[in-house]
Design a protein around this ligand. Sequence first.
Ligand code: 0A1
Ligand code: ZN
Length: 893
Amino acid sequence: MNIAEPTSAVQTVYLNDYQQPAYWIDKTELEVDIYSGETFVRSRLTMRKNSSIEGAQLDLHGEGLELLEIAIDGEPLSEERYVQGPSVLSLTPETEKFVLETKVRIEPEQNTSLEGLYRSRTMYCTQCEAEGFRKITYYLDRPDVMSDFTTRVSADKSRCPVLLSNGNLVEAGSLDNGRHFATWHDPHKKPAYLFALVAGDLAKVEDSFTTCSGKQVALEIFVEEKDLGKCDHAMQSLKKSMQWDEQTYGREYDLDIFMIVAVDDFNMGAMENKGLNIFNTSCVLASPTTTTDAGFQRVEGVVAHEYFHNWSGNRVTCRDWFQLSLKEGFTVYRDSEFSADMGSRTVKRVEDVSLLRTHQFAEDAGPMAHPIRPSSYMEISNFYTLTIYEKGAEVVRMIANLLGPELFRKGTDLYFERHDGQAVTTEDFVRAMADVSGRDFSQFDNWYNQAGTPELTIVDAYDENAREYTLTVSQYTPATPECAVKKPFHIPLRMGLIGEAGELALTLADEIAEDLPEDNTDRVLEVTQTTQSFVFHNVPEKPVPSLLRNFSAPVKLKYDYSRDDLCAIVMRDSNGFTRYEAVQSLCMAAINDAMAAGEGGRFVLDERLPRVYRSLFAQAELDQAMFAYMLTLPAEGYIAEQQSEIDPQAIYQARSKVKSALAQALAGELEQTYRALSVDVEYSADAESIARRSLKNVCLSYLMDQPSDATLELCKTQFETATNMTDEIAALTAMVMSENAKAQAAAAVALSDFYVKWRDEALVVNQWFALQARNPAAGGLKRVNDLLQHEAYDSSNPNKIRAVIGGFCGGNTPNFHSLGETPEQGGYAFLAQQIQQLDAKNPQIAARLLTPLTRWRRYAPAYSQAMRSQLEALLEMPSLSPDCYEVVSKSLA
Ligand code: 0A1
Ligand code: ZN
């Protein structure tokens, strides 16, 4: 055997270099024998030369594998026949068709990266997306190599009574020495990233689903015995998802069994492995006493997302990882529509848009900005981003809206039919949409290949004599690292015009009023040029424009609304999203006033905001969840996105001032509403009950800003008597987040009672960790360090890392952005130290935690320099992982 030189420099992969693989793997037969401390993997690959590629060299991916045997067509290979590098095994087979056999030894117990085969508490499990399969065996670990998998797993019967893999069970039985085996066959060809294996001591909940063509599918959720009572919501969500995908997309499930396994140690939310989804426990377990309403909704959404991948991702997969948004953007769009159908459409839209604007816009304005189809990467794990997922979904949503429901369904039918069993590109997806509609998507393609958030500036003019109203729309997209000058985007701008008495009919220059539909107050303008005017005729008065209804495109809208315009929209617009948006803009105006007043300056709340709220309190028909969102001030991240230079402490202070002023101005309404909604009703996780609780608890958080003794008692009572986690943790949160001294004292007692009560429930303890990490009171650094020393903290568990370190750095402005006396102190130094320690263990998690530091250029000088110096120190680390290297080096570039 020859040992190749290790390559130390991190390599960049380019979309333009894509080439088909030199070989195909028609059949993959695996034998995975698990022993305590070591696992042996035998693989038998039936391979075939790809005749369209020149050269016979076969480069197999493999990382951290101890090669024990290698043979071609049963003949062991002598050492000079192959070259073994740190991540590739190269050989040159002599025939076009052959069987390659290898046997390797791996150590799952030592695998802390949670990629490949690893151990989590009572089980062995796998995570193979994106490039984890190469840590299990030598393979062509790329999504365009699709193979028929048979997997035989063996292990000790008492330690691992459950043995699972993809597809259908074909054989199981006992072996010598207390061992047993199970053989699974997956009839659907798939890439290695969809492979999964689980072996462990698990209990299961069973149910079944009859598909539209009458096939019975067994549904099984595997969890630790203690969690058996928390699977019902996931099971119901799964059945609803199966039915919804049949009804909405005509997609039927395609195996005899669908399994979900809940794992405590998992880097992400969940994984769509064919027939054997693996879930983070936080995305599958739910019970009213331990899980908040948001938790219930997350379980429903993630179960749906993974299930929907069976078609959008598994049956039709990605050609290469640059196409990741092909499956993720489309699947997020699908799960978002599912959730909208299960609850309130406008509320779901508000939630999705808030996430996008608070976090994706920041990504698009930072050093890691990339188009939804990136053109290069160093480490693909860094590209599981809000851009790929959430902006990707927005792009699919724009296509769906441009086509309308019938044509879009025709387009998805064609896409699934045309590409079933293939590994394809985003262009294939768009081509199907173009083919069914005859539309030209060539300019639309800019959404796929340009990063950055377009700014849409709109000015208007009204000509009273001509009764003409003109909207002039200009688009500008700031430069991003991959592209300085942007081509104009194709932007669907949904709008209406609000008059004194209601909405006005819309007639564009080249239209004849009689030809238009009766209800003609809502329109989608297609903006395609850098500057473009739209002239409306027969407009009887100067209207207030209602712009970007339903957030019809992922852009920043700039229109100079007066506060009175915004009030008119809140009161008179028929579009729920734009009404919400107008309230948010009024809040932003107040926050800007508070910022202009400065830290010690006097700030007076403009009367129009509480007046609007008062009228909303009086509107009985208003959706309570929607009103709860309207009452919630814009997130700090969203406010930061509006600033040319971010001063995080000023943002925090200004937001707090507005909150206090509103709490005072609306004291009566808040208390009345809180009391009215506090009547005891049995817990239910339906949309209406969730809405009631969310409005009640938003009111409570205002009331606790400067609570009277009586209000504090109300809050304590809610905490002590709550029969569900939503109300319990909302009361606790209100105490912790209050700046009032009595509330803080009560919070300290409540926090310790809470831990005593819930110490055996890991997911509840995580919420307790996260809440304390976010506590804005002075002394946060000391508190977060104490949390890291707490008996319940576990530095190998991503959920705990995210709760404590992520909670502190992403959700505790006053403390994270405290600079300290020396560069070794302060929040940024804390984060850099944590990243340094984590990087050796779990690079994916370490790289994700870096996010807040990457934004350094956007901050005021003192913050910016302090962040930068921590990044520079990290870059000096000799053993920085490729994951962190990519993020740190691009941030400093
Ligand atoms: N495809 C999964 C997400 C996922 C991605 C990477 C993972 O490990 C690095 C794990 C899960 C999804 O979209 O749900
Ligand atoms: Zn996904």
